[in-house]
Design a protein around this ligand. Structure first.
Ligand code: SAM
Length: 241
C-alpha cells in the first residue's frame, strides 16, 4: 500500500470533524481568489479543454464545483471518504462526480485513466501534505491520468511557506484557530523543496510548460486582521514529446 493507513486515517479524522460551513477549513478559500485565478492561467494552455478534468485531492470540493461550471465533465477525487461526503453534500445537484482514490497507487490511476481516457488534472495543495515517499508516485499518478493530451495544473506551497507556518505555530497569540485541527490530526504541512517539484515531474515523463508564483490564500487572519497568504508556486505540465 503506497499511503500508510495512518496517513489515510489522519485525513479521515480531519474531514470527519471538519465543519460544513464554507471557509471553516484553513485552506478552503473562495474560488475567486484560488481556482478562479488558476483557471485564467491554465485554460489558455490546455491542448483540449473538452477532456474530463480531475481535481486530484479535491477535499471538500470547493474548487471542484467551480471547475464543474467551466468544463464539461469534472471529477473530484480524494483519498478520504469523509472529504468526499462533504463534497457531495455541498453539490446536491451533482455538478461534479466524486471518487475515492489513492492517487499514489499506480493501479488506481491506471484504472481511472482506462475509464476517462486522457484527462486534464488540477491539483492544489496536496504534494506537500503527502508522506515524502508518496510524492513521486503521486506525480506518477498524475502523469498516468493526463496520458498524451492532458495537462497538469499544480499549485503547491513554496519552500518559503515553511518559515511562515512555523512563525504562525509559534506566535505569542498561539496558532490561528483553523490550524489547530490540522496539527491535532497529524497532517501538518511538510516542506517540499522548490527544486524537487520539476524533478518529480521530469521523472514522471512530464515537462514544465509554464510556471510562476502566487500566494496560496487561506481563510485565516493575523491578529491585525490581515488575510494569511502562504508563498506558493504554480506549474502547468504536459507529457514530454
Ligand atoms: C490540503 S487538502 C487540499 C484540498 C483541495 N485540493 C483544496 O485546494 O481545497 C489535501 C487533500 O488531498 C487529499 N490527499 C492526500 N493524499 C492523497 C492521495 N494520495 N490521493 C488522493 N488524495 C489525497 C487529502 O485527503 C486532502 O483532502
Amino acid at each position: 500500500m503506497s499511503v500508510t493507513s495512518r496517513y489515510r486515517q489522519a485525513w479521515e479524522g480531519f474531514w470527519n470533524e471538519a465543519p460544513d460551513e464554507p471557509g471553516a477549513v484553513f485552506w478552503d478559500a473562495e474560488p475567486a481568489v484560488t481556482v478562479g485565478v488558476h483557471l485564467a492561467l491554465f485554460a489558455p494552455l490546455l491542448a483540449d479543454s473538452g477532456l474530463p478534468l480531475v481535481d486530484l485531492g479535491c477535499g471538500n470540493g470547493t474548487q471542484t464545483r467551480f471547475l464543474a461550471d467551466h468544463f464539461p465533465r469534472v471529477l473530484g477525487a480524494d483519498l478520504s471518504t469523509s472529504a468526499l461526503d462533504h463534497a457531495r453534500r455541498a453539490d446536491p445537484t451533482g455538478r461534479a462526480e466524486y471518487r475515492r482514490i489513492d492517487a499514489a497507487e499506480k493501479g488506481a490511476a491506471e484504472t481511472l485513466h482506462a475509464e476517462l481516457g486522457d484527462a486534464n488534472v488540477y491539483m492544489r495543495g496536496v504534494l506537500h501534505q503527502c508522506e515524502p515517499e508518496d510524492r513521486q508516485p503521486l506525480v506518477g499518478g498524475m502523469a498516468t491520468l493526463v496520458g498524451e493530451r492532458g495537462r497538469v495544473f499544480l499549485a503547491e506551497l513554496a519552500e518559503a511557506a515553511g518559515t511562515v507556518l512555523r512563525g504562525l505555530a509559534q506566535s505569542p497569540e498561539g496558532p490561528p484557530a483553523k490550524l489547530a485541527p490540522v496539527f491535532r490530526h497529524g497532517i501538518a504541512p511538510g516542506e517540499v523543496a522548490d527544486a524537487a517539484v520539476p524533478e518529480y515531474l521530469r521523472s514522471a515523463g512530464l515537462t514544465v510548460v509554464a510556471s510562476g508564483e502566487l500566494p496560496l490564500v487561506t481563510t485565516e487572519h493575523t491578529a491585525d486582521g490581515t488575510r494569511i497568504e502562504l508563498p506558493s508556486k504554480w506549474i502547468v505540465a504536459a507529457r514530454e514529446s
